[in-house]
Write a protein that binds this ligand. Sequence first.
Ligand SMILES: [Zn+2]
Ligand SMILES: [Zn+2]
Length: 326
Amino acid sequence: MGNPLAQSRRNDRAALSGSKSQSEPLYPLTIAYFSVLHLLPFGAFLSGVTRASVVACFVLYIVRIFFITAGYHCYFSHRAFKTSRIFQWILAIGAQTSGQGSVVKWAAMHHYHHAHSDSQTDLHSPKQRGFWYSHMGWLLNQRYESMICSYPKYLTKFPELMWLNKYYYLPTIVLAAVTWAILGWPGLFIGYGLSTVLTLHATFSVNSLAHLFGTRRFDTPDDSRNNWFVSLVMLGGGWHNNHHRYPRSARQGLCWGEIDITYGFLTLLAYSHAIWNLQTVALPKNREHRIAERWLTPAMNSSTCAAGRDGNSETFQQSAVRSRVR
Ligand SMILES: [Zn+2]
Ligand SMILES: [Zn+2]
C-alpha cells in the first residue's frame, strides 16, 4: 500500500518518460552554440589569462546578471516596473548580450513556466524530467518551441524589439567582438566566454536548483524554493518561492536576511527616475516582526508569513503588492 498521491506522481512520470522516448527532435544549432560557448574559456590555455580579462569577466558577469534578472525577468516578463522606450531598448540589448535569445521569446517562455509550473506541461520542471533536463536539456529540445502559442502583445508592438527578436544573436556577438578588440584573445576567452558560460548556468539554476532545493515560505501549487545559493549568483533572483507567490513584485527578497541586490539597483534607478511604478511587496514594519519571521517554519501559508509573536501581525496578503509611484 503506498501513498496515492505519490503513486499518481509516479504514474505521471512514467507517462511522461514514455512520451519522451518518442522522437523529440533536438536543435543541432543550439547544441553547436552551447558547445562552442563551453569550449571558449579553454582557449585561455593557449592565450593565457590577463588581469584585465579576469576583471572583464567579473564585471560582465555582474552587469549581465542584472540585465537578466531586472530585464528579461522583472521588466519584460512580469512588467514589474515602467520605463522609457529608450531605457527599454537598453534593457533589451543588455539582456540579449547574455546570449539567451530575444526578450520577446524569453518572456513568452517564462509566462508559460508560470502558467504550468511543475505540471506535466511545464517547459523545464525538475520534478517531471529531472535535474539536467530542467537545467538546460529543455533548450536543446524542439518540444518547447511547439508549446509556446504566442509572443506577448505588449512587447510585439515595438518594432525595435521585434528587430531584436529577428537578429537575437547580434548583441552577444558584438559584445564578444568588442572584448576581443579591446582585450585580445584572453578578453574573448575569459572576459566574454567564461562570464557568458557562468551567466548561463546561474540563470539555468533558477529553473533547476530553485525548484528542487531550498525552503518554501508560501504554499504555492508548484515546487518553487527560496534558495540562498541561487539568490547569491542571481543577485537576488533565487528567492523563487517568494517570486512564484508574488510574480509581479520586483522585490524577491521579502524578509529579513533575503538579500536582493537587483532590487537595490532598481530602487536606485527609480530614485534617478530612469524607471518608475516599481512593484513590490511591503516588508514587515518593525524589528520584532523581522526577527520573528526568521523562526517561522517553512511551507507556511502566505497569510502567516510576517506574523509577529504579539499577534499584531502584518501579513503579506494584507500588505499585498503595492506600487511605488514616482
Ligand atoms: Zn519557477
Ligand atoms: Zn517569473
